[in-house]
Design a protein around this ligand. Structure first.
Ligand code: MN
Ligand code: MN
Length: 294
């Protein structure tokens, strides 16, 4: 892969992530039937939804990723306290939405300085997994750093084996796709996850797309592996409803890394919050450079 190709796929992943967030947020917490009744097939970035968003506005998924990415860039490497501090600043910026587990973990850090929560059964939401892309980009082709940084940032809010496993799996898949490897490599990665934790099995697809990391992963894997373009992949995923902004973001990350930025529909890129687009462009370059690939 040339550096140009790596940058294209990395940018595809990050912008694809934000597109999935902005597209899916409109139908977050809806059922597929409700979506169909209201939108037919939901395919445009029109905002609205339970958060009453502007068209192209992103939510906590993208905002937390940007907070994490900025901490890495500002410190030119890993500084877990800077990551946690950025999460606190974000929490206090009155964001449109924030998951309960994220709020609990960030508040604990803010009030006690305690970076990591103890393992909890109810930490198996997708909130740590959803924000890990900047770590994957900054540690491309350095699996030791990737594992360590990923788990550290996760444990600020989520300390659960299923969250850990899914977060590492998706990051490895992004790494492989950015390196130009094919879908079979990703399927093997998914099989490895399932051999370790059978609950992630996604065939036949159970049709649940909640914020429980197992439901989220099954949805992301099912639609990523059963579609053949960036656009069809995101549309199929978000029309499954439930945690549609997060499943949309995660599948957009994989599809963007696979198909590259040229497959992201122009109508979505043009509608996406342009300040976010600019931040993503800057962070992607900075993170890839940190990985030693520019
Ligand atoms: Mn969200
Ligand atoms: Mn969500």
């Amino acid at each position: 892969m040339s550096t140009e190709q790596v940058l294209n796929k990395a940018l595809g992943a990050y912008l694809g992530f934000a597109c999935g967030d902005a597209l899916g947020a409109t139908v977050e917490f809806m059922t597929p039937k409700q979506i169909q009744k209201r939108h037919g097939v939901h395919r445009d970035m029109i905002g609205g939804g339970w958060l009453a968003l502007e068209a192209g506005q992103v939510t906590d998924d993208t905002q937390m990723s940007l907070a994490l990415g900025q901490a890495i860039i500002d410190h030119q490497g890993w500084n877990i306290r800077a990551v946690a501090d950025n999460f606190v600043a974000w929490l206090e910026s009155d964001p449109p939405d924030i998951g309960n587990t994220c709020r609990r973990g960030i508040t604990r850090y803010r009030d006690s300085g305690e970076l990591f929560g103890l393992p909890r059964d109810d930490d198996a939401g997708n909130g740590a997994c959803m924000r890990n892309l900047p770590v994957a980009l900054a540690t491309l082709n350095r699996p030791d750093y990737f594992n360590e940084w990923s788990l550290q940032q996760s444990h600020i809010t989520h300390n659960h084996p299923l969250s850990n496993a899914a977060t590492l799996t998706l990051g490895r898949m992004v790494n492989q796709l950015i390196n130009g490897q094919d879908i079979d490599t990703c399927k093997q990665e998914a099989e490895q996850l399932i051999s370790q934790y059978g609950e992630f099995a996604y065939k036949p697809y159970p049709g649940k797309a909640s914020a429980y990391i197992v439901d989220t992963m099954q949805t992301v894997l099912h639609y990523f592996f059963s579609t053949d373009s960036f656009e069809s992949c995101l549309i199929a995923t978000v029309n499954q409803g439930a945690d549609a902004d997060t499943t949309g973001a995660l599948v957009g990350m994989l599809a963007g890394a696979k198909y590259g930025i040229e497959q992201i529909p122009e109508r979505w890129l043009a509608r996406l919050d342009q300040q976010v687009v600019e931040q993503i462009r800057q962070q992607t370059t900075g993170l890839i450079r940190l990985a030693g690939l520019l």
